[in-house]
Design a protein around this ligand. Sequence first.
Ligand code: DC
Length: 231
Amino acid sequence: MTASHHHHHHVPVITIDGPTASGKGTVAHKAALRLGFHYLDSGSLYRLTALTALRKGMDLRDEHALAKAAESLHCSFSGDAIFLAHENVTAAIRAEEVGNTASKIAALPAVRQALYGLQLGFRKAPGLVADGRDMGTVIFPHAQLKVFLTASVEARADRRYKQLIEKGFSASMEDLLKDLRERDERDANRKIAPLKPAEGAHVLDTSSMTADEAVEQVLKWYADLKKHHAI
Ligand code: DC
């Protein structure tokens, strides 16, 4: 292990994993702002790779080519905006088609491997809040605090519906429920880095919670940890 690797282990990380539309993005982002920590939306990296693949008309079974695309992503993050090369793709990567494609290519080991180092690089002082599916299980297994957010599929479909309408997309509740179920199934049952709570993760069901209530809970767990373990 290199010195810099070792050093990075002292930078606190809070991982927030969970199924699609569980609210983890909002909760992780807000928690990061409250703590003054960096924020990693790891799903956006899979979405950026998916957008690239869709635009280039790539074969979604061509693992090698997709891993190459993931490895050479020219992405940057500025506040809430996400850029691919110089194009603002913040809205484009949220399209359902991009999410579904992201879920498919995320099952390919070479794609996950290609995005591994990029994700570790987000661990910088004073700390990081990282959200995704495998933040606590694979990418940051030694995170100081691990949270697994869940919510019923109906509550998640309802949230996703409101989000899409708000952003001016059209949406059908029936299609959303079907998509969510399919995506859950794929994310939870894939061989590599399946969606599941990490060992030691706090599980939080947000079906009947607001995002702010969930943020308060996460911050409370973190404060308790600091008090007892002096991290
Ligand atoms: O969180 P999201 O909906 O933006 O993620 C899009 C897809 O990317 C999701 O269906 C599964 C995949 N993903 C993953 O496999 N691992 C992560 N850490 C984050 C996302």
